[in-house]
Write a protein of this length. Structure first.
Length: 400
């Protein structure tokens, strides 16, 4: 090996993609990935989708087979998290006491689920979902439970609700907002997801504030206002908090994540990627912190290219996807609840494309149960297009 070492703190999908990009380019400097889990880097979407539903094996989630790391000389320090950073001395101290020197440091420390600061929040039977062991424990709990209450109707909460209904549980979802997913999709599409869950037997209650988790030796219910919703099992899905403590203690700028430029630089020879990075997006001209699979892959690749000396930048539109019941969708762009929504297709039949327009410009697009069109939709984001043409199925997407 030659060149100054690259140390990647965090062992998720973003970290794996930095190492992959370097090795695929023939870069042979020493690379070490440091993680606080005892597992090699893996993809997380399956934890709330295929694995939780019993349709996918945990082994399918891993970014590489184990032997890849040996073959490409990528060192792993698993279950030994970074304890401190010495930016002046270019060193990372691990919890075990080992000290790693670096030429370039990439922070991929991810995020952790928010928890409820409420009575009973730490009772047995109350779960969050972030890691493989969370998913495995939740699947076991599904088999031993009959009533689930989900707190929060975001993506994780709704995907868990769908998996639980498939497992035969009675499911109640409690959401503080008046419309689920409103911040991401707006009122109309948020209500579409609400109806989807209601049709599949979920009791979805909005405008509800949870005040306590009930129980003694185990959870028995969730209190909201004057009501208690019985539960053998509770899943809390109220968002995630970026893991910035290490960076903050080292003196890096932090504000809803580690602040980085459009080349993912936090400081000289220090980069941040993935869920923890609040990055300047040069295509949109704003800062974004994105907690999705696609962003982990792309920013990992971008960091690798920057380390290779390429003039590459964070210049793409955000993307995410979900699978719930018989609905599969992909979303690209950055719409808002205030944007105009234009539909092409049949919303009632569940096969349609939605466009978000802001001042006549396409800000985002979503394909629902219509496949192989997302690249075309990506090409439309940022363009001024007449709503009548967007909604007209007689106008091919490629002709817009």
């Amino acid at each position: 090996m030659s060149g100054d070492p690259v140390v990647i703190v965090g062992a998720g999908l973003a970290a794996a993609n930095v190492a992959t990009t370097l090795r695929e380019a023939g870069d042979d400097r020493p690379v070490t990935i440091v993680g606080d889990e005892g597992r090699e880097p893996y993809e997380r979407p399956g934890l709330s989708k295929g694995v939780l539903q019993g349709e996918q094996e945990v082994g399918e989630l891993f970014a590489h087979e184990s032997e890849w790391y040996d073959r490409f000389a990528v060192a792993l320090r698993l279950d030994d998290p970074a304890a401190s950073l010495d930016l002046a001395g270019k060193q990372v101290r691990l919890a075990s006491g080992e000290v790693l020197s670096y030429g370039d440091l990439v922070l991929a420390t991810g995020a952790r689920p928010r928890t409820l600061d409420l009575p009973g929040a730490d009772l047995p039977g109350v779960f969050t979902l972030r890691r493989i062991e969370d998913c495995e424990a939740l699947r076991e709990a599904f088999a031993a439970s009959s009533r689930l209450v989900v707190v929060g109707a975001g993506w994780i909460g709704l995907e868990v609700a769908a998996a639980a209904r498939k497992a035969g549980l009675d499911v109640t979802v409690l959401e503080y907002a008046q419309v689920p997913l409103r911040a991401a999709l707006g009122d109309r599409m948020g209500r579409h997801f609400a109806r989807l869950h209601e049709r599949n037997g979920v009791t979805l209650l909005t405008g509800v504030g949870v005040s306590a988790i009930e129980g003694d030796a185990h959870v028995t219910g969730v209190r909201a206002g004057d009501s208690v919703y019985p539960a053998d099992l509770v899943v809390v899905g109220v968002g995630a908090t970026p893991n910035v403590e290490l960076a903050q203690a080292a003196g890096l700028a932090v504000d809803n994540g580690i602040l980085v430029d459009d080349r993912l630089r936090a400081a000289d020879h220090v980069y941040a990627i993935g869920d923890v990075a609040n990055a300047q997006n040069s295509a949109l001209g704003v800062r974004l912190r994105v907690e999705h699979w696609d962003n982990a892959i792309r920013q990992g690749g971008l960091a690798g290219r920057v380390l290779l000396g390429e003039d590459a930048r964070y210049d793409w539109q955000p993307y995410f996807f979900t699978d719930q019941y018989d609905l599969g969708m992909e979303y690209v762009g950055r719409g808002s609840a205030e944007d105009e929504v234009v539909l092409r297709g049949d919303e009632e039949a569940g096969e349609f494309i939605a466009f978000w327009l802001r001042d006549g410009v396409v800000s985002a697009a979503m394909n629902v149960n219509i496949w192989d069109v997302n690249d075309q939709l990506r090409a439309l984001v940022g363009r001024r297009i007449e709503p009548s043409r967007l909604s007209d199925p007689g106008v091919e997407l490629g002709d817009l």
